[in-house]
Design a protein around this ligand. Structure first.
Ligand SMILES: Nc1ncnc2c1ncn2[C@@H]1O[C@H](COP(=O)(O)OP(=O)(O)OP(=O)(O)O)[C@@H](O)[C@H]1O
Ligand SMILES: [Mg+2]
Length: 275
C-alpha cells in the first residue's frame, strides 16, 4: 500500500546537526536495526519494523524471545537495568528516543506502560490517577478532578468507582486494579501505550473487559501488547510480530500471520509445535 508522507520535520541530533526522518503519517514508531544488550547478552537482534498509529500490534513468541525487552525499549524502561546497551534507532515524533539526551520523564508520559501484575500505589483511587499530573506541576484541584474523571471514564471504570474515589485502589478487584493502572497511564496524555501480558493474572471475564478496552483505546492511542496468548493476539491485534531468540522472524497483518504465515518457524509456533 502506498502511504502518504506528510511530515518531514527537522530535528537536531547529538552533534546539533539537522537530521530529517522521513516517517509516514500512519506510523507512530519506526524501529531500525535495533539491538538490545544485557551486558554481553544480545536479547533483541537487528529488529526493524514500523508500529502503526491507532492499531494494536501484538508481540508473540516463546518465553525468553525478547518480547518484554523489546517492549520496554520504547519508553527506555531497560535503562533501569545495569549493563544495558541500545543500538540502532527508534524514531518517535521525529526523534531518536535512544538518544542520550532524551528526557525520560517526558518520554514515559508519551509512551505509557502497563504491566502483567496490576501495580496501583497503596493510596486512594483519586491519588493514583492524579499522581502523574501532580508531579508534572498541576496543582489546581478542579483541573485534577477533571483529569481523574476523564482518565477513569476512558479506562471504563468511572461507573464502578465514582462514588468511592477516596477509597484505597488496592481494595479493588484485580481487573479493576488493572484499569486503574491504565487510567493512570491515560492521565498524562500518552500517544502510545505498551502492555506487557496485561491479562496474565486475570480471570476470563476481567480479561474480556481489558481486551475490549484495548480495542476501544486503539481508536485514540497506538497500542503494543506482548502476549503469550496467541488467541488474544488473534482476537484483538491488527498487526503481529513473531519473535524467536531475539530475532523478528515475521511481522505482518495478524490475519496473514495466523492464516498464511510466510515463515515455517512462524507456522510451527502458531500451530503449537513448540513454545
Ligand atoms: N534484567 C535482565 N538481566 C539480564 N538478562 C535478562 C534480563 N531480563 C531478561 N533477560 C534475558 O533477555 C532475554 C529476553 O527476555 P525477555 O524477558 O525480554 O523475554 P520475553 O519474551 O518477554 O519472555 P516471557 O515470555 O517469559 O515474558 C532472555 O534470555 C532473558 O533471560
Ligand atoms: Mg516477558
Amino acid at each position: 500500500m502506498q502511504v502518504k508522507t506528510t511530515h518531514r520535520n527537522k530535528v537536531k541530533n547529538d552533534a546539533n546537526q539537522e537530521k530529517e526522518y522521513d516517517i509516514p503519517s500512519d506510523v507512530t514508531a519506526r524501529v531500525s536495526d535495533f539491538n538490545f544488550y544485557y551486558g554481553d547478552l544480545r536479547a533483541v537482534k537487528d529488529v526493524s519494523l514500523d508500529i502503526k498509529k491507532n492499531k494494536i500490534t501484538a508481540l508473540i513468541g516463546p518465553s525468553g524471545c525478547g518480547k518484554s525487552t523489546f517492549l520496554r525499549s520504547f519508553n527506555r524502561m531497560n535503562d533501569e537495568i545495569p549493563g544495558f546497551k541500545y543500538e540502532g534507532e527508534i524514531i518517535i515524533d521525529n526523534r531518536n528516543i535512544l538518544d542520550k539526551k532524551t528526557d525520560l520523564i517526558k518520554l514515559r508520559s508519551k509512551i505509557g506502560m502497563v504491566f502483567q501484575k496490576p501495580t496501583p500505589f497503596p493510596q486512594t483511587i483519586r491519588k493514583n490517577i492524579a499522581y502523574g499530573s501532580k508531579i508534572r506541576g498541576i496543582r489546581n484541584k478542579q483541573q485534577l478532578n477533571k483529569i481523574v474523571e476523564f482518565s477513569l471514564k476512558r479506562a471504563g471504570l468511572w461507573g464502578e468507582v465514582n462514588d468511592r474515589l477516596d477509597d484505597l485502589a488496592t481494595q479493588l478487584s484485580g481487573g479493576q486494579q488493572q484499569r486503574i493502572c491504565i487510567a493512570r497511564t491515560l492521565s498524562v496524555w500518552p500517544e502510545m501505550i505498551l502492555f506487557d501480558e496485561p491479562c496474565a493474572s486475570l480471570d476470563p471475564i476481567s480479561t474480556n473487559v481489558i481486551e475490549d478496552l484495548l480495542v476501544d483505546l486503539a481508536k485514540d492511542y497506538t497500542v503494543v501488547i506482548a502476549t503469550h496468548s496467541m488467541h488474544q493476539a488473534a482476537r484483538i491485534s491488527n498487526m503481529t510480530a513473531f519473535m524467536y531468540m531475539g530475532e523478528l522472524i515475521e511481522y505482518d497483518n495478524t490475519k496473514k500471520i495466523f492464516e498464511k504465515p510466510a515463515q515455517k518457524l512462524t507456522e510451527d509456533y502458531i500451530t503449537g509445535r513448540f513454545g
